[in-house]
Ligand binder design. Structure first.
Ligand SMILES: NC(=O)c1ccc[n+]([C@@H]2O[C@H](COP(=O)([O-])OP(=O)(O)OC[C@H]3O[C@@H](n4cnc5c(N)ncnc54)[C@H](OP(=O)(O)O)[C@@H]3O)[C@@H](O)[C@H]2O)c1
Length: 340
């Protein structure tokens, strides 16, 4: 593994280190010999973690108990770490709200907006400028796989995470010439990941993932010459879906090979159903009454998407007379989901 201290500096700042993913970032960094500045509101938990990491790994850790939603909090953090050699910052602290946006108070949604969006921006700006001047450093922004598309009932959270993903990917490009690495974490830390000698992956709660996604995850190991293992941990004792992950088929040379991503996506669709087009159910009884999506040729799906793009490029409002039927059908669909 890369020597993080030599590459970036003696200390890493981890926000949201008092639990969950942030705590794990802190543990991994300390295990790699990096001193950690632990940031969150719950001082007791941070003190206990700092002491534990020092005992196990011999690192010198600092605790900064701070409400990052308070005015000037990032400036305050900057001041508090002013005299240590920080070379890595993990902008992880985050909160989320689920449910209809309008059912929440605006103040609560603005807190999500600020903690998950504005605070990572401020951290990237503050530390990024310093790292660029020193010509070394790394910034990790914790986004989410939810950033991949708009998500009704997590509308603001998903939009903010998409912002963080976009910000990080662009900064990765901008700061590369200054010797600064930027990673964005979604399901895995995925920008710039290339660890050919990674040989083990453990996925907890595996039944909650789509099979194609599990296949993508296991693709992160087994890139080198060593035999690799992907361990799927699940409460579901007898899962037809997860069994597909170890199923085999014969390739054109008659050799037994695992199912590929297309096979698995198809199998998942057949077992779980397609779910809703615009609703929140991602699996279950499909809405199409005649066609079973699991039987549809993937070629036809991409041709249909291309055709839809072509129509929308020429007539986005579907106002031409030849699109009247289509316009009516879209209108009906929108009304069904109370979106029109
Ligand atoms: N869990 C998931 O499935 C998942 C998936 C994708 C992305 N993520 C992202 O991963 C990050 C961590 O999530 P998690 O699941 O590990 O969450 P978590 O266990 O709830 O941890 C959130 C952390 O943020 C800190 N925090 C919350 N409000 C804060 C504030 N106002 N000021 C300072 N610190 C604050 C909390 O500490 P205190 O309460 O002590 O302040 C805690 O350490 C988030 O950005 C989240 O959006 C999570």
């Amino acid at each position: 593994m890369k020597d993080l201290r030599a590459a970036y500096g003696q200390y890493a700042v981890v926000t949201g280190a008092s639990s969950g993913i942030g705590e794990e970032f802190a543990r991994q960094l300390a295990a790699a010999g990096v001193n950690v500045v632990l940031v969150a509101r719950r001082k007791g938990r941070l003190d206990a973690l700092a002491a534990e990491l020092s005992r196990i790994h011999g690192t010198t850790n600092e605790v900064v108990a701070l409400d990052l939603l308070a005015d000037g909090a990032v400036d305050e953090l900057w001041r508090r770490v002013g005299d240590v050699d920080v070379g890595l910052v993990v902008a992880n602290a985050g909160i989320s709200l689920a449910g209809p946006l309008v059912a929440h108070s605006l103040a609560d949604e603005l807190d999500v907006f600020a903690l998950d969006g504005a605070v990572p921006l401020q951290l990237a700006h503050r530390f990024g400028r310093d790292f660029a001047q020193r010509r070394r450093g790394a910034i990790v922004l914790v986004s989410s796989s939810i950033a991949a598309s708009p998500v009704p009932y997590s509308a603001n959270y998903a939009a903010v995470k998409a912002y963080v993903l976009s910000l990080g990917q662009a900064l990765n490009y901008e700061l590369k010439k200054d010797g600064v690495d930027v990673l964005v974490a979604t399901t895995v830390v995925e920008v710039g990941i290339d660890i050919p000698n990674a040989t083990v992956m453990v996925v907890l709660g595996a039944e909650r993932f789509g099979l194609a996604q599990l296949h993508q995850l296991r693709g992160r190991i087994g890139r080198g010459s060593e035999r690799s293992y992907c361990v799927l941990v699940s409460d579901a004792s007898d899962s037809e879906r997860l069994a597909a992950m170890t199923a085999k088929k014969r390739d054109e040379n008659g050799r037994e090979v695992p199912l590929d991503g297309f096979d698995l996506a198809k199998r998942d669709l057949a077992i779980r159903g397609a779910g809703e087009f615009l609703g929140v159910r991602q699996s279950g009884v499909p809405e199409l009454r005649i066609v079973d999506l699991a039987d549809v040729d993937p070629e036809l799906i991409s041709e249909t998407a291309e055709e839809a793009d072509r129509i929308l490029a020429g007539d986005a409002a579907l106002s031409r007379s030849e699109h009247a039927e289509l316009s009516r059908a879209v209108d009906q669909l929108w009304r069904r989901y109370a979106l029109a």
